[in-house]
Design a protein. Structure first.
Length: 127
């Protein structure tokens, strides 16, 4: 049986500056992804955003740490990144490091979320 916890339970483990970054990133995602489902992981410090169960439905994630928040993009390694915002060495998942609420407004961040959504829609239509 998987553990369940609320978003509030997850966030209380982090300092207020990290919670502020999370809130700014969450607002951006909810604005850009229509009717997105939000899923709090039962054990990892991750909140997933997508359409349907499992990794197939994931468009992006917010990964919390004491240093900030990572905006993870499903299959981000396949996305165009003209501003070189994506970090990570994984073959599939890449992320944008967010250390302050203003980082969410950096040029290119919204475009990456929109591109991840468009790529998810394309993959879903092909199934």
């Amino acid at each position: 049986m998987t553990a369940t916890r609320t978003l509030e339970q997850l966030l209380q483990a982090y300092p207020s500056d990290v919670r502020e970054v999370f809130s700014a990133a969450r607002a951006l995602i909810r604005r850009l992804l229509p009717e997105v489902e939000e899923t709090v992981d039962g054990s990892a410090p991750v909140v997933g955003y997508g359409y349907g169960p499992g990794y197939r439905g994931v468009v992006c994630t917010l990964i919390l740490s004491k240093a900030g928040v990572k905006l993870g993009l499903a299959r981000g390694g396949e996305l165009a990144d003209p501003r070189s915002l994506l970090e990570g060495s994984g073959k599939v998942h890449r992320y944008v490091a967010l250390r302050a609420p203003a980082d969410v407004r950096k040029a290119g961040v919204s475009q990456l979320v929109k591109a991840a959504y468009a790529a998810w829609r394309e993959r879903s239509a092909a199934r």
